[in-house]
Design a protein around this ligand. Structure first.
Ligand SMILES: *Cc1c(COP(=O)(O)O)cnc(C)c1O
Length: 427
């Protein structure tokens, strides 16, 4: 039987005409669990992590998985067991990490809108670092920490004003973005931080965007960060760790981001050349650890050929896979059981009542109603952004390891959806 890997998807392959993830036939999973169904490969996640670990061999580095990419407890648990810390953006994220056995001291808390209650709970838990995104936040954090008799460990998120050359919605390190503190104000902000009794400066941090496929923006941002570290330390404020954020892209459709180890070889050379090679480093990768480890399985409900467009209507939708509607993102779509017939061209769409509910435009597919399809590269920013729009329950999630499978999230029922709601009094 021939085995054929899909480009950019090392854990996904056709054996004969059947699609497998690791050693699991995906159509078998559908028989047992239905559709839509997210399936993640454990070895794909661990090998993505290993690329970073190889790149950092011999260095002091803490990899903090940016869990907003995929916050399933089973996924967090896997990365916690592999030694990762976590980049969180809410109190709920923190609760997930702690519930899955992650260590509080390896948590870093990013985000422009941390509430006082979230700050208090994170201080109680003893997280490793708050990545502070504004001067106003710094003042409030100091106040909250002081009221608890604590000093909050802080790094300031720098907005280095470099263009990551990615989609505008996932570019975060440009002047016009809401994130971080403008490059020019950073030293002043550190000087202010050093005077605040509730703040303990521990690091510096940046994150310039997501789905970055080129090296230059990273190299530019690193130069700017190191200039700042020099200026801050010249002002008498020591910086213990340098957090370089996440953002490395994945191959969705022939994209060619640098492999993590190659990128870090270059970044570490720069750090070495400027004398920072032995500093404690942190990174916050999300998508690049999980994106290509996941697929979303879906069934073709109806075919609707038309004069202008042929529609292939599937049972997954923008509530399950929001990236096409949100960012006009491209996901490959392939059959679980390939057919011999010639393909036709289809717009693959979901059942939701929005014209934005499309998963793929103009795709060449040989399909019939009842066929199963896999939407690839669905491990990051899919389930984590899923909603209940149109009263659709969120999908189930499976983790695959070799020929073993584990249900890590049950399909959401309508009872789950209605649990928090209260009917009017019937008077
Ligand atoms: C989203 C985010 C990340 C992870 O980004 P990826 O593109 O998924 O690697 C890291 N750090 C911060 C602060 C983020 O907001």
């Amino acid at each position: 039987m021939t085995s054929q890997n899909l480009p950019g998807q090392p854990h996904i392959a056709y054996r004969g005409n059947e699609l497998f993830s690791e050693d699991v036939r995906l159509s078998d999973l559908v028989k047992e669990h239905g559709t839509p169904l997210f399936v993640y490969s454990k070895s794909a996640m661990l090998s993505a992590l290993a690329a970073y670990q190889r790149g950092f061999a011999g260095r002091k580095v803490q990899i903090c998985y940016a869990m907003k990419a995929n916050p399933a407890l089973g996924v967090i648990q896997l990365f916690a067991q592999a030694g990762c810390g976590f980049d969180i953006v809410s109190g709920g994220d923190m609760d997930r990490v702690l519930a899955a056995g992650g260590q509080a001291e390896k948590i870093i808390f990013s985000g422009v809108g941390k509430t006082r209650a979230e700050m208090r709970r994170a201080l109680e838990a003893g997280i490793g670092c708050f990545n502070v995104e504004s001067e106003a936040e710094l003042e409030v954090l100091s106040e909250v920490a002081l009221s608890m008799g604590l000093r909050a460990p802080v790094s300031i998120r720098v907005n280095p004003n470099v263009d990551p050359m990615t989609h505008p919605y996932i570019s975060t390190g440009l002047k016009g973005n809401k994130f971080g503190i403008a490059h020019e104000r950073v030293v002043r902000t550190y000087q202010r931080a050093a005077t605040l009794a509730g703040i303990r400066v521990v690091g510096i941090d940046c994150h310039i965007g997501s789905q970055i496929t080129q090296e230059e923006p990273y190299l530019d941002a690193m130069d700017r960060m190191l200039d700042l570290v020099e200026a801050i330390e010249a002002a008498g404020i020591p910086i213990q760790h340098i957090d370089f954020g996440g953002g490395l892209g994945i191959d969705y459709n022939g994209d060619t981001p640098p492999p993590a180890d190659r990128l870090w070889e270059k970044l570490l050379a720069k750090l070495d050349a400027r004398g920072f090679g032995q500093r404690q480093l942190m990174i916050e990768p999300g998508r690049s650890l999980v994106g290509n480890a996941g697929v979303c399985l879906t069934e073709v409900l109806y075919l609707k050929p038309g004069e202008q467009k042929n529609f292939c209507i599937i049972d997954a939708a923008m509530n399950d896979l929001p990236r096409p509607a949100m960012y006009q993102a491209f996901h490959q779509i392939v059959p679980l059981q390939s057919r011999a017939e010639a393909p036709a061209t289809w717009d693959v769409v979901g059942p939701i009542c929005e014209s934005g509910d499309w998963i793929g435009h103009d795709r060449a597919l040989a399909v019939q109603p009842g066929d199963l399809l896999a939407v690839l590269s669905a491990g990051a920013y899919c389930m984590s952004m899923a909603s209940n729009y149109n009263s659709r329950g969120r999908a189930a999630e499976i983790l695959v390891e070799g020929n073993q499978t584990r249900l890590i999230r049950q399909r959401e029922t309508i009872a789950d959806q209605m649990r928090q709601e209260i009917l009017l009094l019937n008077k």
